[in-house]
Design a protein. Structure first.
Length: 364
């Protein structure tokens, strides 16, 4: 699953990407520093994995991961191909969620593509370009559907009504994710068109070091502007986070964070937030060879979860032996959990819960 970092040129996207992935993408004080998207695979911080490692003492530990893509900066006119518009929009269409970086700090030494700091205006600039691209997609589809609709095709008439609703909202500046649909309408007509503005979004307010813990007036303006979007807002001092990742020891990093009034790096919150934004959750396998976090969609069944390990596990699924993480942590071992009667045996209909420690029985 991919989350794409987007924003106007020069708002801190590549610095944030470096922070998250340690991939050292080029980062500089001029627009369009990033042209080809940089891709990094980022571990999802999870204290439960640390505890399981401590209890099981395995040969290796493998965390869950999220793919982060640093996409070229967008400018006005991108939907018509301005700047790196076509490339940007193609890259963003391939992602599953959007991490939208907004500049929320003053610094005369860092140029702003529009010559002023106004995160709400910056957000609107990108929203408009994405909405215009989705409007183009809608109108192309409408042209095809209208012909079938005129012949009396009921399904085409239903789709036409949905597309007209989308068109009307986009023309008002309302993104597809904010439009109300039934579940069936969304599954049948909306999702197949892969609208860019239908992707879940997190707004990352890039602030100065002094505002890392409390935010500032720019952040408040952003929160007010996105209040109706059902979107998450995260405050992050991206430059400071980059400095923290350069420190040699965990102790040094913790001292730096304490000085800022923070309990953990903002980057860790962001990665967990991206994971949640993608509607993902974690289950664990725990044995002497390996303790591992596996990524599955929320709502996955036990056979689907098994299939993430290997397709044969799903095809030949018999049952799953499940221990709740809290029980594993409390009793300290699988044997003691069994003694306490806390291990459950689940069938094909079981919906996996976040944090389940699982062992699968299968026959191929």
């Amino acid at each position: 699953m991919k989350a794409g970092i987007v924003g106007l040129p020069n708002v801190g996207k590549s610095t944030l990407f470096n922070c998250l992935s340690n991939a050292k993408a080029q980062s500089a004080n001029f627009p369009f520093c990033t042209i080809e998207p940089n891709v990094g695979v980022v571990n999802v911080p999870d204290s439960r994995l640390v505890k399981l490692e401590e209890l099981v003492n395995p040969e290796r530990v493998l965390p869950a991961t999220v793919e982060i893509v640093d996409i070229a900066g967008l400018v006005k006119g991108a939907s018509k191909g301005e700047g790196l518009g076509n490339q940007f929009l193609g890259n963003i269409r391939e992602t599953d969620a959007i991490l939208h970086v907004l500049r929320c700090f003053d610094n005369d030494n860092v140029v702003h593509v529009d010559g002023r700091v106004d995160p709400v205006s910056d957000k609107e600039t990108i929203d408009i370009e994405l909405q215009l691209k989705d409007l183009e997609t809608t109108e192309k589809k409408l042209d095809k559907v209208k012909r079938a609709s005129r012949t009396g095709n009921k399904e085409a008439q239903k789709e036409e009504a949905i597309l007209l609703k989308i068109k009307e909202n986009l023309e008002k500046g309302i993104s597809v994710r904010a439009i109300s649909f039934t579940e069936d309408e969304r599954d049948e007509f909306v999702k197949p068109l892969q609208f860019i503005t239908d992707k879940p979004v997190m707004y990352i307010c890039n602030v100065d070091e002094g505002s890392a813990a409390t935010g500032n007036h720019y952040v408040e303006a952003v929160k007010e502007a996105v209040a109706n979007e059902n979107a998450e807002v995260l405050v992050l001092a991206v430059g400071t986070e980059a400095d923290i990742t350069e420190l040699d020891t965990f102790e040094e990093r913790q001292l730096f964070l304490e000085d800022l009034g923070l309990e953990e790096p903002g980057a860790a919150k962001l990665i967990r937030g991206a994971y949640s934004l993608l509607n993902l959750q974690t289950y664990f396998t725990a044995g002497e060879k390996e303790v591992r976090a596996w990524t599955i969609p929320i709502g996955a069944t036990a056979p689907q979860a098994a299939g993430v390990i290997h397709t044969d596990f799903e095809k030949g699924f018999i049952r799953a032996e499940v221990i709740k993480y809290d029980d594993y942590a409390a009793y300290g071992s699988e044997a003691k959990v069994k003694e306490a009667g806390k291990l459950s045996v689940e069938g094909k209909e079981y919906i996996v819960k976040d944090g389940d420690v699982m062992h699968f029985r299968f026959n191929v």
